[in-house]
Structure formats: structure tokens, C-alpha cells
Design a protein around this ligand. Structure first.
Ligand SMILES: [Zn+2]
Ligand SMILES: [Zn+2]
Length: 256
């Protein structure tokens, strides 16, 4: 299986997974880069996975139906282009011979879902849309801090080697925030240098891994003393992870 990040819009990635003959794509906000990749590699489109209803994740779905030989999967409780197979937490699907399990991850949107691969691979895939970003997390458009904190906690229980496939190239700006939260975190500084070089070379900083995110992502580190202390300075009501998370998210919203 080959994993490719197709660039779309200013900073989106449409993840494509293919076996040399058939492909699936995740959150095709734009059909054009998908069609170009299918044509260039002579692949058939065997399925589409959608994580949530925002247009930059769904805008290309209908235009791809002409070349789609398989299902569109999406969150049961959100309005995405129909027809689609509605999924909710705990559901399992199979595509390209791979199994995926659905996790409910409300917060960015109310019905956001994530797809994690169930195979025996040591580095399973996680397609998490706009919930978990490298060194950051999605904005709370429809959910509460408690919901998002629980969603991130659920993703954080996945294996360390999980490849985190998020939709946006926000890593460098997220790392600037992570460095403000934890100035003494050497892993953040090292990853900033690494990702700066990647971007200068025109390469994505993704996928990340869960092992790395546990070291650099302040939103997964809400129980770390340094993160708690920073959140308290920014107004966290107490040391509990949800209060710490809420203060970090508010701080990030106004961080420049
Ligand atoms: Zn979104
Ligand atoms: Zn998005």
C-alpha cells in the first residue's frame, strides 16, 4: 500500500492510499488533484472516506462520482453530499482489503469521525480530519472543550507507531504555539528545525506519528506540569485536563 498526500487549496491534503490498481481518498475537498493522480498512476477509485461536513473536505465528492467504483462513507449525523454510507463510532468497514474502525471525535464539528486502520501493520493509519493536527488540534466550531479533550484522549490511546494523517499543513504554526507553551521542550525545538527544512524542500510535514505527538503536541500534554503551569497563567480555572485544554485552545485562538 502506498500513501500519498495530494495538495489542495492553500494548506489541505487529500490522503490517497493505493495498491497500484485501486485507490481510496480521504476528504476530497477538490476533485481535480484526485483525478490527476488517478490518471497519472492509472488507478481506479474504490472508495471515499469523509470525516466531517466542511466544504474543504467534501467539495470534490460529487464530481468524483463519475469515476468512483465503490462507496462514499461519512459521518451519520452530518450533512455531506448524498448518497453516502452513514457511519458512527464502533462501525467497521473494509476497503482495498484493509479494515478500518470508526471513532466518534466530536469537537471541531458535532459529528466528526476518524478512521483507524485495523491491520496487523505495526504502523497503522489514522485519518483524523480536523481533530488532531501535528502539534495542534482543530478549532471548536460546534463542540465543547470537554468533548474535544475526550476525542483527543481517545485518539491518544492508539499505538505509538500510528501514522497520523491530518488534513491541514499547520505544523510550523502549531509548533510556534507549542514552543510558547513549553519553551523548554527540546522535542518541539528539534521538530521545528526538521519541519522547517521539510517545508523549504516543498515536502509535507505529515503524516506524523502518535509517539511524536505525545512529545510535541500541547493538546495531548494537558497533564504535564509545564503545560498546566502555562495554561494557569493564561487563565485555566484549575489543573484538570479539561480546564487546561480549554485555556490552551482559547490561547491558541488569539496566538499570532
Ligand atoms: Zn473542518
Ligand atoms: Zn479542514
Amino acid at each position: 500500500m502506498t500513501l500519498i498526500a495530494l495538495a489542495a487549496f492553500a494548506d489541505n491534503y487529500i490522503w490517497m492510499l493505493h495498491d497500484g490498481a485501486r485507490a481510496l481518498v480521504v476528504d476530497p475537498g477538490d476533485a481535480a488533484p484526485v483525478r490527476a493522480a488517478l490518471d497519472a498512476m492509472n488507478l481506479r477509485l474504490a472508495g471515499i472516506l469523509v470525516t466531517h461536513h466542511h466544504a474543504d473536505h467534501t467539495g470534490g465528492v460529487d464530481a468524483l462520482r463519475a469515476v468512483l467504483d465503490g462507496p462514499v462513507y461519512g459521518p451519520a449525523t452530518e450533512h455531506i453530499p448524498t448518497p453516502f454510507v452513514p457511519l458512527r463510532g464502533g462501525d467497521r468497514i473494509e476497503l482495498l482489503g484493509l479494515g478500518f474502525e470508526v471513532t466518534d471525535v466530536p469537537g471541531h464539528t458535532a459529528g466528526h469521525i476518524a478512521y483507524r486502520e485495523l491491520g496487523n501493520e505495526t504502523d497503522p493509519l489514522l485519518f483524523c480530519g480536523d481533530t488532531l493536527f501535528s502539534a495542534g488540534c482543530g478549532r471548536l466550531f460546534e463542540g465543547t472543550p470537554a468533548q474535544m479533550a475526550a476525542s483527543l484522549a481517545a485518539l491518544a490511546t492508539l499505538p505509538e507507531a500510528t501514522r497520523v494523517c491530518c488534513t491541514h499543513e499547520y505544523t510550523l504554526s502549531n509548533l510556534r504555539f507549542a514552543a510558547a507553551v513549553e519553551p523548554a521542550n527540546a522535542a518541539v525545538a528539534a521538530h521545528q528545525a526538521h519541519c522547517t527544512a521539510l517545508r523549504e524542500a516543498g515536502s509535507p510535514t505529515l503524516p506524523s506519528t502518535l509517539a511524536l505527538e505525545r512529545r510535541i503536541n500541547p493538546f495531548l500534554r494537558c497533564s504535564e506540569p509545564a503545560v498546566i503551569a502555562a495554561a494557569r497563567r493564561e487563565g485555566a480555572a484549575n489543573d484538570e485536563p479539561v480546564a487546561v485544554f480549554a485555556a490552551l485552545r482559547e490561547w491558541k485562538n488569539r496566538f499570532r
